[in-house]
Design a protein around this ligand. Structure first.
Ligand SMILES: [Zn+2]
Length: 346
């Protein structure tokens, strides 16, 4: 069976409406709408749909002739869904562009439209339509993929970070979270941030992202937390991530200095205990230690240290919620601990 073949723009039988190479994908797609399909003498159809170069001799992404594999159907569907580019089914690519039969984030960025028109046989076409028609779902799942229609405002509403900030945070953990067949690494970060921002239940998140089960959401949280702990946290949280002088110069509000009549050389830090509500523990001792008479619920208390411009320096703890753990006693304990780095701020 013949496979879909990209049409070369200098083909004798095809006249394309090609413009410059610098056209964007969206302009290509809008061009496609105005183009017509054609039937060839052999009964094949040429459709005005973008495709990448057709090759079996080398990787169609990086042109390497070594260690090639046939592009999996799931990866072909992934590129069509996210970038509206056809990949001829006999194309080959390097193993390292794939992860669980899906293209990696880097590979997705390298895949570009090379041809504006693609030749399909009748059999190809029927197969492609069946292959590309999505299975019926209750609703389309959310996605934080690079081609997702979510706007920067949508990102902010869902995760608390606009799209640029999300991309920045993602750059810290992209290498440490793997794409899987169920969700991309970007989705994993988005799901984790949605939990923090909106406190949606894990079961609901599983439904929203079409994941199989709640435990899958738990394992996503583990992956993201490990990745952030390794790469992001050491340079952005804790007493060690900036010097005392940098905190004063960069993160100290002058208004606070005036208000407190403080020496500009001294550091001003806001310390406050806050709450993280938890489920009632089954262990009786833990139940007592985490029960807050003040809030009448079980909770743990992180002690937050924040600069006067709002930058979080450190979140110490968490501490239990019983009466012996009021803000004053927690602070006293932290100050008096010999190994505490808190006093390096002062
Ligand atoms: Zn390659």
């Amino acid at each position: 069976m013949d496979n879909p073949q990209p049409i070369h723009e200098n083909s004798e039988t095809i006249s394309t409406q090609s413009n410059s190479n610098s056209e964007t994908l969206s302009s290509l797609q809008s061009t496609q709408v105005s183009l017509h399909s054609e039937i060839t003498a052999e009964g094949k159809i040429i459709l005005p749909l973008g495709s990448c170069s057709s090759t079996q001799r080398y990787c169609f992404i990086c042109k390497s002739p070594n260690s090639r594999t046939r592009v999996p159907d799931k990866a072909i569907a992934q590129v069509w869904r996210e970038k509206k580019i056809f990949i001829p089914r006999n194309n080959r690519c390097c193993h390292n562009h794939l992860n669980n039969d899906l293209f990696t984030e880097d590979a997705m960025q390298l895949i570009q439209i090379m041809r504006r028109r693609t030749l399909f046989s009748e059999v190809d076409l029927i197969k492609f339509i069946g292959f590309l028609t999505p299975l019926p779902t209750v609703f389309n799942s959310l996605s934080f993929g690079i081609a997702s229609p979510l706007t920067s405002i949508d990102y902010a509403n869902l995760t608390g970070l606009n799209k640029d900030d999300f991309n920045d945070l993602y750059s810290f953990c992209s290498g440490n979270i793997r794409n899987s067949s169920n969700r991309s690494a970007r989705d994993a970060l988005g799901i984790f941030l949605m939990k923090l921002r909106l406190n949606i239940s894990q079961a609901t998140l599983a439904t929203m992202f079409r994941l199989d089960s709640q435990p899958m959401v738990s394992s996503i949280f583990d992956s993201v937390m490990n990745a952030l702990t390794e790469k992001f946290v050491p340079t952005n949280l804790g007493y060690q991530h900036k010097s005392r002088e940098d905190f004063i110069a960069q993160d100290q509000c002058r208004f606070a200095e005036i208000l407190l009549k403080a020496d500009p050389e001294s550091s001003i830090v806001v310390a406050d205990g806050t709450y993280l509500y938890i489920q009632k523990p089954s262990d009786c001792v833990l139940q007592r230690k985490t029960y807050s008479n003040h809030k009448c619920r079980n909770l743990v208390k992180p002690m937050m240290f924040v600069t006067t411009t709002g930058r979080i320096i450190s979140a110490d703890g968490p501490f239990f919620a019983n009466n012996s753990n009021n803000d004053a006693s927690i602070l006293k304990d932290l100050i008096e601990k010999p190994e505490s780095e808190l006093m390096n701020l002062f």
